[in-house]
Design a protein around this ligand. Structure first.
Ligand code: GTP
Ligand code: MG
Length: 211
């Protein structure tokens, strides 16, 4: 039977993972949200599940420092009654002002998780509409190609730029990701603030889970 992604249910936070040894045993398919610090990962998860403040957001980059797991409510979580998916909010990379050792710790966690998780079904790589793909994003794109993890690029904060600039950015970014073998060829432009592209993303996630 096709699995239904319950975006109409309530969602809950289940667990924070500070390093690889605390990862839960592999259960439901995982959908992870990665990207530079402050790009809008936690805000996008809140918009998707329609719960303000479920994933903690902040103006200060470096808010999320662990892998945070969210699941739809109403499942026991036992092998017989697993939720159909988990959403994983990741620490951001590329935040230069945090203490170096902290940054190294999060960056290692992000890279280790992306490389080594069998139940990770799709990574959404978030890119700020105002900045486009930067050098450290390229490093993550390459890592995902090498690890052969299916990923899709999402432009965030589309409300912050003019419609004509967004169109140009979509064309340019689509050409850039075309060079990456594991990247889904189309991107999704979103604004968590205005609710733009959120339904498209829900549909995309439903498709990943069905396959
Ligand atoms: P880290 O956890 O630090 O890596 O950041 P993050 O990627 O989780 O970003 P977060 O969701 O905390 O958002 C960072 C800031 O951007 C917050 O002040 C949000 O309110 C703002 N923001 C996020 N999405 C949008 C959006 O679609 N539009 C606008 N205008 N602001 C947004
Ligand atoms: Mg965050």
């Amino acid at each position: 039977m096709a699995k239904i992604v319950p975006f109409d249910r309530t969602w809950e936070f289940v667990l924070s993972v500070p390093s690889m040894k605390f990862l839960p045993s592999e259960g439901p398919p995982e959908i992870a949200f990665a990207g530079r610090s402050n790009v809008g990962k936690s805000s996008l998860i809140n918009a998707l599940v329609n719960v303000k403040g479920l994933a903690r957001t902040s103006n200060t980059p470096g808010r999320t420092q662990q892998l945070n797991y969210f699941v739809p409510s109403g499942y026991e979580g036992t092998q017989e009654d697993l939720p159909p998916l988990s959403l994983v909010d990741m620490p951001g990379y590329g935040y230069a002002k945090a203490p170096k050792t902290e940054v190294e710790k999060w960056t290692r966690l992000v890279f280790d998780y992306l490389r080594g998780r069998a139940t990770l079904k799709r990574v959404y790589l978030l890119i700020d509409s105002r900045h486009g793909i930067k050098k450290n994003d390229e490093d993550v794109l390459k890592l995902l190609d090498t690890a052969a993890i299916s990923y899709q690029v999402i432009l965030t904060k589309s409300d912050k730029i003019k419609a004509s600039d967004l169109e140009a950015l979509i064309v340019q970014t689509t050409a850039q990701i075309g060079k990456h073998p594991a990247a889904y060829p189309e991107l999704i432009a979103t604004s968590s603030e205005k609710g733009v592209g959120i339904d498209d993303l829900r549909k995309a996630i439903a498709k990943v889970i069905r396959n």
